[in-house]
Design a binder for this molecule. Structure first.
Ligand code: N17
Length: 391
């Protein structure tokens, strides 16, 4: 029988989901709460602070270059975030003391009990709940965007919520190639901005034989959008936030398209077909002709669709659900709208330090990713709570 080596001092071992977890003694009562291809998450109690935490162990993070880069990226992004409406790191640790033996590491975050998707299934939200939740989403987005990060996949399922209705944004800044990976079997495109859907159509094109309609839409989307929108692109998150707010008020998704084109049709049923202003900005003559050939649909009055909502609420939607990304409010601009007056605390609407994305476009050998990750773990400093004591 093999005898397990002693645990690192101050750490203990336990089995979770048939894998060994080796964690500092301060973390107690580990219980698995979720598992997926990339890792497993446990809830635990932090003896030092008395708080409930979530601990994520990645599944063999250094099994390949791709996994290693992804693990490095998640750690870097989480480590950068220090805002109450964005998930951040309370701690990160590994039981290994040397780079040679380094295999696994663990991310510790505040524990969040549910998410907005589940909450909306349970109950119809009152307008003051909607006010508070959308206020928090926008504060979180303002912070993430100020770091130069775009979420790209904002949806109810990655808005974590605790019993006090406090909200934190999860899964931000996923790698761009994810857009390409999602083509064909997209689980949920209901929150995707029209310019993102147009961009997907580019990836679904095979060779030179393009379907006429899609081909022209592609020209519309690509030439214009890659330059102006996808390079900065924060407006895509505002669109998603608008769809999420609409769903909170309606009790059901606003744009429930069955595929890319159907999604665009659903959107234009409400936004109307693009205005001449928008068409003029398009580069391709084909695109202009195509958009002009579409049967004109007028913009619907959102007061009519959201007849039970206050006009302050509808006013927010009017500023977010605009077809032209350049016209959409930014997160900071949206926070200024009267709908949020009751909850507003400008002190909480902070901005981030810029996030260095240099490594995101870098190709490194596996052992380099591992070394950089190890260094990031060693240089982690825990956040301070509002009283200034180190957690
Ligand atoms: O939210 C994240 C997160 C944030 C930024 C980037 C993940 C990434 N990421 C992932 C980048 N690349 C990849 C592959 N992670 C996260 C969210 C929730 C978690 C654990 C990790 O689990 C809980 C569960 C309950 N309460 C809090 C957190």
């Amino acid at each position: 029988m093999a005898i397990a080596a002693r645990s690192r001092s101050g750490f203990y071992r336990q089995e979770v989901n048939r894998t060994v977890w080796e964690v500092p003694e301060r973390y107690r009562d580990l219980k698995q709460i979720g598992t997926g291809a990339y890792g497993t998450v446990c809830s635990a109690w932090d003896r030092r602070t008395g708080a409930q935490v979530a601990i994520k162990k990645l599944h063999r993070p250094f099994q390949s270059k791709l996994f290693a880069k992804r693990a490095y990226r998640e750690l870097r992004l989480l480590k950068h975030m220090r805002h109450e409406n964005v998930i951040g790191l309370l701690d990160v640790f590994t039981a290994e003391i040397s780079l040679d033996r380094f295999r696994d590491f663990y991310l510790v975050m505040p524990f969040m009990g549910t998410d907005l998707g589940k909450l909306m299934k349970m109950e119809k939200l009152t307008e003051d709940r909607v006010q508070f939740l959308v206020y928090q989403i926008l504060k979180g987005l303002k912070y993430i965007h100020s770091a130069g990060i775009v979420h790209r996949d904002l949806k109810p399922g990655n808005l974590a919520i605790n019993p006090d209705c406090e909200l934190k944004i999860l899964d931000f800044g996923l790698a761009r190639q994810a857009d390409a990976e999602m083509t064909g079997y997209v689980v949920t495109r209901w929150y995707r901005a029209p310019e993102v859907i147009l961009n997907w159509m580019h990836y679904t094109q095979t060779g030179k034989r393009r379907v006429l309609i899609v081909g022209m839409l592609w020209d519309v989307g690509w030439v214009f959008l890659e330059r102006k929108t996808l390079l900065s692109g924060v407006a895509v998150d505002i669109w998603s936030a608008g769809c999420i707010m609409a769903e909170m008020l309606l009790g059901k998704p606003l744009f429930k398209g069955s595929d890319h084109l159907d999604q665009l049709r659903e959107i234009m049923k409400i936004t109307g077909t693009p205005s001449p202003d928008f068409v003029v900005k398009l580069q391709s003559q084909d695109a202009k002709n195509y958009i002009r050939s579409l049967p004109k649909v007028p913009k619907k009055d959102l007061h009519y669709i959201f007849s039970k909502a206050s006009s302050n609420a509808v006013c927010v939607l009017e500023r977010m659900l605009l077809l032209d990304p350049e016209c959409r409010a930014s997160a900071s601009e949206a926070l200024e709208l009267p709908f949020f007056n009751e909850f507003r605390d400008i002190e909480e609407e902070t901005e981030a330090l810029p996030y260095d994305q240099t490594m995101d476009n870098t190709d490194l050998p596996l052992d380099q990713w591992k070394r950089h990750t190890f260094t990031e773990i060693l240089t982690f400093r825990p956040p301070r709570d509002s009283k200034g004591t180190s957690l």
